[in-house]
Design a protein around this ligand. Structure first.
Ligand SMILES: [Zn+2]
Length: 443
């Protein structure tokens, strides 16, 4: 595969003399599969340059596939300026996470409404096909794509691309699920199940393009914003046995010299871990060819993107703190969920049996039966629906021991206090959509 960076900046375009070497445009990466399939990863302001280059490269058609991680501005602002979309005869397939309430086409049309942009989505000349994605694995031309949810205050997908015996992972706008996600003794897996899944997505990749917006020093002030400190991106890549790591989604405040220093810090970290991982900061205009390796990790196909279910889904919220119950109810009801509440563990168990919720959010510390005890009871329940329902523990505990105990009891994931409503909305969608994508395909 061939890779070219057209935009490497995160959050906000930052052109100017202090960002000349690494670039000021926001996320956009061009990938060519071995059969020539064109895949564009994200459509930030860097897409303008790519679009111009494609149109200048010869006669149409200039067809391609646009894989969007999520629809925050820095990942879609180049969309209305991407020249191939305006040319009749071109065909573009556009993929992004499909949430439970909003379709990709409507979201992209939103930023092209009359008040924001002079051309509407319907006026684009190319044939455009929209694909709302869940987790899963599918083929785009000659490239195998694996999509997996990231940890972000909006539903976001990371992508693993495989073609011609090489693997590339694009994982931007992701926050580790636990502090020091791959910490511990060298070779030990991360303690949080979700961080282990993330390492698995990166496993044995020839190139990992990873969110590295912050430093560990900056992170305490930025917790919950949905980004990875560069040092932890190194830990992920080392744990995954990746060959190369491109630090990406550079903070608008990080100038070229500061990025040079960050790369040095990251290289020392990899070397301290006795890793041969190659590390660099992605630079606008940089091109990389991925060469085939003899052995590869084989990946099993999983079910394709989930279909949406009709009717409102029920979420059970159990917490003895009425403020938390109220906050979660106010967060979930506008997204169309039916919220059932309990103030103690025994009531939660009884309601779970009566209501058959699609998702259960349980406080760890509750009178009667605590969250762990309720989870154990659900996992041993005679009703198979309750044995499989996703259970998320609400906690302010972050110690590895406690996390491990919860996972051992059958907890699906954690929601750590204090949490932000946007984060809750995104995670609830991911838990529900993933559950359905993991269900066996209907025959
Ligand atoms: Zn971003």
């Amino acid at each position: 595969m061939d890779v070219r960076f057209w935009g490497t900046r995160g959050s906000l375009a930052k052109p100017g003399p202090t960002t000349l070497r690494y670039g000021g445009n926001t996320s956009c990466v061009e990938v060519r599969g071995d059969d020539g399939t064109l895949i564009v990863l994200d459509c930030g302001t860097g897409a303008h340059g790519l679009g111009q280059a494609l149109v200048a490269s010869g006669a149409p058609p200039h067809d391609g596939h646009l894989l969007i991680t999520h629809t925050h501005w820095d990942h879609i602002q180049g969309f209305p300026f991407f020249a191939p979309l305006f040319i009749p005869g071109n065909t573009w397939d556009i993929y992004a996470p499909g949430s439970l309430g909003q379709e990709l086409e409507n979201t992209l049309a939103g930023q092209m409404q009359y008040n924001y942009f002079p051309v509407t989505l319907e006026q684009l000349g190319a044939t455009i096909r929209f694909h709302d994605l869940g987790e899963g694995r599918f083929t785009v031309g000659g490239v195998q794509v694996t999509a997996q949810y990231l940890n972000r205050p909006v539903l976001a997908l990371g992508y693993r691309l495989e073609s011609g015996g090489t693997a590339l992972v694009y994982s931007v706008d992701h926050e580790p699920h636990a502090p020091n996600p791959a910490a511990g003794h060298p070779g030990e897996p991360p303690s949080h199940v979700e961080d282990r899944r993330h390492v698995d997505l990166l496993a044995d990749a020839d190139l990992v393009i990873h969110d590295a917006q912050y430093t560990i020093e900056e992170y305490p002030q930025k917790t919950g914003w949905g980004h990875t400190p560069a040092e932890w991106a190194v830990d992920y890549a080392v744990a995954a046995g990746a060959r190369r790591l491109a630090l990406f989604h550079h903070d608008p405040l990080r100038d070229d010299d500061a990025l040079d220093r960050l790369v040095e810090v990251c290289r020392r970290r990899a070397s301290d871990a006795d890793s041969g991982l190659e590390i660099f900061a992605a630079a606008e205009g940089q091109e990389i060819r991925l060469a085939e390796r003899a052995t590869r990790v084989s990946r099993n196909d999983r079910a394709p993107a989930p279909a949406r279910e009709a009717g409102p889904q029920t979420v059970l919220v159990a917490d003895d703190d009425p403020t938390i119950v109220h906050l979660l109810t106010l967060t979930l009801e506008p997204d169309g969920f039916r919220v059932v509440t309990a103030n103690d563990g025994q009531t939660a168990l009884r309601l779970a049996g009566l209501e058959h919720p699609a998702l259960i959010l349980l406080d760890w510390q509750m009178p009667g039966a605590d969250g762990i005890e309720v989870t154990r009871a659900l996992r041993n329940h005679e009703d198979p629906a309750l044995r499989d329902v996703p259970v998320v523990l609400i906690t302010s505990q972050t110690g590895a021991e406690n996390t491990a105990a919860g996972f051992a009891a059958g907890v699906t994931d954690y929601l750590t206090k204090p949490f932000r409503p946007a984060h809750v909305r995104a995670r609830v969608q991911a838990w529900l959509l993933r559950r359905r994508s993991e269900a066996p395909p209907q025959t």
